[in-house]
Design a protein around this ligand. Structure first.
Ligand SMILES: [Mg+2]
Length: 359
């Protein structure tokens, strides 16, 4: 069972403005500008009490609250906060997948530090963010991304919400369909017309029926309403390269043996790439001679590599004469320059989500 946390900053842009301009704390404030076609990018909780929400036309917001404070965007400030909170996340796990500047999934199944319980880690991270960044976050904890994401929304602001595996299905049966991650306004309307209001209603439809009505997203809806979401938390930092290397007990001078050993290393690297469903455009060979001098040789392809293509390419790059003279003690192969990231996640991204990005 995995332990997944979703962290979401509360009213992010507006909170950064209130932090940096304390005279606006406790006041109705939005981020945006006063132009005729302008919309609200973010609203403070005080502004929300006036019925002001993100994506609302600025003119409407000003009608609802004439003394509304309108602050211009400061993307540099938001990006800096984003970097700081990600650094905190990475202290706990390497598996951090940002969804936007102020949101990320963390897989803390094998956390690097902190308590054993994911709930306690989530609370600790919330505290660290408050202490070091001066902002409030909400956290959702569960055993997959879908549930953790929904959980972080359940108790906002300054929220903490845990969905235990045993409670997931009944929780989802009672949940309004509009609160399912991936069900936006249009899909919600469509589902309401089909008499689907709660998770329990969605569960009555078969897989083929859902595919018929919602296409690929139907497969997703069928799974998630049953608490199933196998998508892994994929860290962008981890995506830079995947490789394998082997050090040999005795130095190798024989070219045929080197080819054989290189093939083994490539096979291991390829298995790792396949496991992550990531195939890159650049392949690099590392070769350490008996005297510890190390060379690398790379080749970049425009089309996707196959395992056979990698073998042919790297064997072709072997410095045969040098190997015969100097002997080899280490061989490595690395794939990088990933074109398509995790295929499963890409598939997921293609689902037509029409939710509001700023919420
Ligand atoms: Mg947020």
């Amino acid at each position: 069972m995995r332990k997944i946390i979703h962290i979401d900053m509360d009213s992010f842009f507006a909170s950064v403005e209130q932090r940096d301009f304390p005279e606006h704390v406790g006041k109705a404030l939005v981020v945006g500008h006063r132009g005729p076609r302008s919309v609200v990018a973010a609203a403070s909780y005080e502004a929300r009490k006036y019925g002001i929400f993100s994506a609302m036309p600025m003119s409407t917001a000003l009608q609802k609250c004439p003394h509304l404070i309108v602050m211009p965007h400061r993307f540099d400030a938001y990006t800096e906060v984003s970097r700081n909170i990600r650094n905190i996340f990475h202290e706990y796990t390497d598996l951090v997948e940002p969804l936007s500047l102020d949101e990320a999934y963390l897989d803390v199944t094998d956390a690097k530090k902190g308590p054993a319980s994911a709930s306690l880690i989530a609370k600790e991270i919330k505290n660290e963010i408050k202490k070091r960044v001066g902002l409030i976050a909400s956290a959702g904890v569960s055993y997959n991304k879908f549930l953790a994401k929904i959980a972080s929304d359940m108790d906002k602001p300054d929220g903490f919400f845990l969905i235990k595996p045993a409670d997931a299905e009944s929780f989802l049966e009672d949940l309004d369909i509009g609160l399912f991650y991936g069900v936006g306004k249009k899909t919600e309307e469509k589902m309401h017309k089909m008499n689907i209001f709660k998770g329990r209603d969605l569960k009555l439809l078969t897989r083929p029926e859902l595919i018929q009505h919602f296409g690929k997203a139907g497969i997703y809806f069928y799974d998630v309403v049953r608490g199933i979401d196998e998508r892994s938390v994929v860290s962008f930092r981890e995506r830079k390269s995947i490789g394998a290397e082997r050090t040999y007990e005795t130095d190798i001078f024989d070219i045929d043996e080197i080819k054989e050993k290189l093939t083994e290393v490539i096979n291991i690297m390829w298995q790792r790439c396949e496991a992550k469903q990531m195939i890159g455009k650049t392949i690099t060979m590392k070769l350490r001679f008996a005297d510890f001098t190390t060379i690398t040789r790379s080749n970049t392809h425009n089309q996707i590599f196959t395992k056979e293509k990698i073998k042919i390419t790297l064997i072709d790059l072997l410095p045969n004469e040098e190997i015969k003279e100097r002997g080899v003690r280490l061989l490595g192969a690395t794939m990088s320059h990933f074109k398509s990231e995790n295929k499963q996640d890409q598939k997921q991204l293609k689902i037509d989500f029409d939710f509001n990005e700023f919420d």
